[in-house]
Design a protein around this ligand. Structure first.
Ligand code: ZN
Length: 91
């Protein structure tokens, strides 16, 4: 079955108004926690440039409890859901 990440909570953990970069930590329904890095622009848009899984829980896809790259495939999906929770931060 295809992995279907569901973001249940997300919060902005860092924001740099000088360059528009910010980070969100997103909690998923399956207890996976991801840290996402975004770039924002003057139009109020933002796109995710990087996702990494925090290591509290094994990977929901490959079950490894160390670093893997599975979440990369779901970056856009998870990043979009996380942004719906937090909105794009503003200075
Ligand atoms: Zn994995």
């Amino acid at each position: 079955m295809a992995y279907n990440p569901q973001v249940t909570d997300a919060k902005v953990v860092s924001y740099n108004p000088k360059n528009g970069l910010f980070e969100i930590v997103a909690n998923l329904k399956d207890r996976t926690v991801c840290r996402l890095t975004y770039e924002s622009d003057e139009t109020g848009g933002a796109k995710a440039t990087h996702i990494s899984r925090l290591l509290q829980e094994p990977c929901p896809i490959c079950r490894k409890d160390f670093l893997c790259n599975c979440m990369d495939k779901f970056k856009e999906n998870i990043a979009g859901q996380a942004l719906e929770h937090t909105g794009v931060p503003t200075a």
